[in-house]
Write a protein that binds this ligand. Structure first.
Ligand code: GRF
Length: 203
């Protein structure tokens, strides 16, 4: 069975989308761990409800050591780490040990509105302020650059004049749930080839 760890910081709707996809047999996988950097993340409740092992490495307590702690727990135990609204930056050995085995979902079309400090509602505020007609979401591999790893999938979302950051966030989030599932499925089915920092999807 393909084993996944999901890292979260917030509401966990993307985690829920993965849980549901597994339950509905759209993904042939199991979630072995849900790890949060915030002890009050609602995502933890979603995991506990499904009897998934949860762990918290609080940012205030562990600071930069949290990546090493996560590596200690996950080494040899999972095939893929999914960052689903995880707000801490992973660094150090975990990036080597899980090279091309960590993915992130970002709520914009990378390289727009991404990078350090561009997360959550800020991403959508920036898109609205810029007046873009399209935004969207991106699933990408994680490397040492924030939002800088190879792009796996992107989905475009319309931006309307009447939108504010909140309405745009809602529209993008619905697409995130689908895109993340799709990307995980491609990985499980070994359909991804990384060539010179670019992803080719095998047919
Ligand atoms: C999503 O928009 C995700 O792209 C971003 O944080 C949000 C998390 O949502 N990184 P949720 O916790 O999965 O509901």
């Amino acid at each position: 069975m393909f084993k996944i760890a999901v890292l979260v910081s917030g509401g966990g709707s993307n985690l829920q989308a993965i849980i549901d996809a597994i339950e509905f047999e759209q993904l042939n996988a199991s979630i072995e761990f849900v790890i949060s950097d915030k002890k009050d993340a609602y995502a933890l409740k979603r995991a506990e409800e499904k009897n998934i092992t949860t762990l918290v490495f609080d940012r205030k307590e562990y600071g930069r050591n949290s990546s090493d702690k996560i590596l200690e727990v996950l080494k040899g135990k999972v095939d893929l780490i999914v960052l689903a609204g995880y707000l801490s930056i992973l660094d150090g050995d975990i990036l080597k040990e899980f090279n091309n085995k960590i993915i992130n979902i970002h709520p914009s079309l990378i390289p727009s509105f991404c990078g350090p400090k561009m997360y959550g509602i800020k991403v959508h505020e920036a898109a609205i302020n810029m007046g873009v007609r399209y935004s969207g979401c991106t699933v990408h591999y994680v490397n040492e650059l924030v939002d800088g790893g190879a792009i796996i999938l992107q989905q475009v979302v319309n931006v309307y004049f009447e939108d504010d950051a909140k309405t745009l966030q809602k529209r993008v989030l619905e697409e995130e749930h689908k895109l993340l599932k799709k990307a995980i499925k491609l990985i499980i089915e070994d359909k991804i080839l990384i060539d010179n920092g670019r992803v080719k999807i095998k047919s």
